[in-house]
Write a protein of this length. Structure first.
Lengths: 94, 260
């Protein structure tokens, strides 16, 4: 949550899955290099100290995809190989 | 759900069990307005402290371990955000039982770039200079049911948790060096009569005041590391205004300078 707006002033809205979901855990551990509970603590500190707001939690992978598509400037994550019709999914490589 | 195992500490036994519930606003993918959100938490525990009046005077099992909070955030535009949090705490002898406004502030995003963020917080802000000071009442954000009292002394909680004034926060992220956070705050904290008596004793008839509280901190988290290093400085002035008749305490002025 260290960058809230793009250079063009568009707000970055972050959607995530609940931390118990395997996809979220894999993204947190292998892409962000953080255990999920540590990521939660960072977001909770922002939320409960007034410093900022945590990402928006949606309950399913499809809901996450729908939320990102519905909100310009939003970001989220999908499983490797996910193909979303007419949309380009940016791969994150370590 | 957190379980605290029985810990022996200088003949004082703690047994505390806390049940906590985190409440989040439900998110709907179809909405396009994500300018506001509400969060909350409820925690209730049982605590038994043998050999100390840390929680209660009789040393019996106690339910005086309640932490409830509700906060809201509203993004006015790309520059300004309003946010506030109210908490209800019951910690027995540790601090005054009741509701308090934890923070109520205007977040002004002064400067935003890809790797820099500068914010000014105006109003009642939380003390974010220490590792757990900004979230000490939220049970799922701290590593233990009760924080180390050598640093996070609960008797001083209502004074140390924040102040009314302003904060400047500068954050920088570097792929090579890591994350840097610099904070400087200035404000004062209203101190109630109950808080005065927690610190002085019930025989204090006057009132404590905080006339000056300036803190600064610098934290560094190296890239790809779980470690975080920090330095915090504090300079604060307090006074005690004695009641004219019958007060056992004299008028005093105290200055605290601390380095963490």
């Amino acid at each position: 949550m260290r960058q809230l707006y793009r250079p063009n002033k568009q707000k970055i809205i972050v959607f995530v899955l609940p931390s118990v979901k395997a996809l979220h855990q894999g993204f947190s551990k292998y892409k962000l290099g953080l255990l999920p509970y540590k990521l939660d603590r960072i977001w909770h500190k922002l939320t409960y100290s007034g410093l900022g707001t945590a990402p928006i939690v949606v309950q399913s992978r499809q809901a996450l995809i729908d939320a990102v598509l519905a909100n310009p400037g939003a970001i989220g994550y999908v499983e490797d190989g996910t193909n979303i019709k007419d949309k380009y999914v940016i791969p994150i490589k370590n | 759900m957190l379980f605290q195992l029985k810990i022996k500490l200088a003949k004082t036994y703690f047994l505390a069990v806390v049940f906590s519930l985190l409440i989040n606003e439900a998110s709907v993918a179809q909405t396009t307005n994500h300018d506001s959100c509400i969060h909350g938490f409820i925690a209730q525990g049982l605590i038994n402290v043998d050999g100390s009046d840390f929680v209660n005077n009789d040393g019996d099992l106690s339910a005086e371990l309640t932490e409830v909070g509700l906060n809201g955030s509203y993004q006015l535009n790309s520059l300004f955000r309003l946010t506030s949090q109210v908490v209800y705490l019951d910690g027995g002898n540790r601090y005054d039982e009741g509701f308090r406004v934890d923070y109520a502030l205007l977040d002004w995003s002064l400067y935003q770039a890809e790797t820099w963020e500068v914010n000014v917080y105006l109003g009642r802000f939380k003390n974010n200079h220490w590792l757990y000071s900004g979230k000490r009442d939220v049970p799922f954000t701290r590593p233990s049911i009760i924080l180390p009292q050598s640093i996070y002394f609960d008797g001083f909680r209502d004074i140390a948790v924040g102040a009314d004034g302003a904060v400047l926060k500068i954050s920088h992220s570097s792929d090579l060096l890591g994350d840097f956070d610099f904070n400087v705050s200035s404000g004062t904290t209203p101190i109630s009569k109950e808080q005065t008596q927690i610190l002085y004793s019930e025989q204090a008839l006057g009132k404590m005041s905080n006339s000056h509280d300036v803190q600064t901190s610098l934290y560094w988290q190296p890239a790809n590391s779980s470690w975080r290093f920090g330095l915090a400085l504090l300079d604060a002035d307090f006074g005690y205004e004695a009641q004219e008749q019958g007060d056992r305490f004299f008028e005093t002025k105290m200055t605290f300078n601390e380095l963490w």
